[in-house]
Design a protein around this ligand. Structure first.
Ligand code: NI
Length: 172
């Protein structure tokens, strides 16, 4: 078990478009194990690989935080979003933006395919918080951050906090 440091806003890896995973080898399995430890330690819902500094198309979502009864941890490798529908506004946070929460409008439902750790393709069609988490994490592997979805007014209000976060990130 290894908890990896989560990079914060200001680290350029968060703006990288992540590369597809060619082979699901031991290094990918180790990365996933560490990401699970890291996500649980941070008590988050989702984590993308580039948030621990690895720009590969991989994210995990811990559904237990969303649905304790049916929840499970899901690993998405090389995910592809096929369709989205509707729109809804929900408050979001991100482990790379400690203590910053913003109301963000995103699609309400999503259909996504991805590979699991055995290389088998699976499909998820969902809505609500699970869809929200998938869309947020998918953005990460594209180098897009949740603050990219906020209004210019929200951004103005956040400017000072984002600047401080960027400065801490550079000096860390
Ligand atoms: Ni995030």
């Amino acid at each position: 078990m290894a908890i990896r440091p989560i990079v914060w806003y200001g680290d350029p890896v968060l703006r990288e478009k992540s590369a597809p995973i060619e082979t699901i080898d031991q290094s990918v399995r180790d990365l996933v194990t560490d990401m699970i430890d890291t996500l649980r330690d941070a008590e988050g819902i989702g984590l993308a690989a580039n948030q621990v500094g690895v720009a590969q198309r991989l994210f995990i979502i811990d559904l237990a935080k969303i649905d304790p009864v049916h929840g499970d941890l899901v690993v998405f490798i090389n995910p592809e979003i096929h369709t989205t529908d509707g729109a809804c506004e929900l408050e979001e946070g991100c482990l790379s933006f400690p203590d910053i929460y913003q109301k963000i409008t995103r699609a309400e439902s999503v259909r996504v395919t991805a590979l699991d750790l055995d290389g088998n393709e699976f499909t998820v069609e969902t809505d609500g918080m699970y869809a929200r988490a998938i869309l947020h994490e998918y953005d990460h592997i594209e180098g897009v951050l949740f603050i990219d979805h906020i209004s210019p007014f929200q951004r103005t209000l956040l400017r000072g906090r984002l600047k401080r976060l960027q400065q801490q990130s550079v000096s860390a």
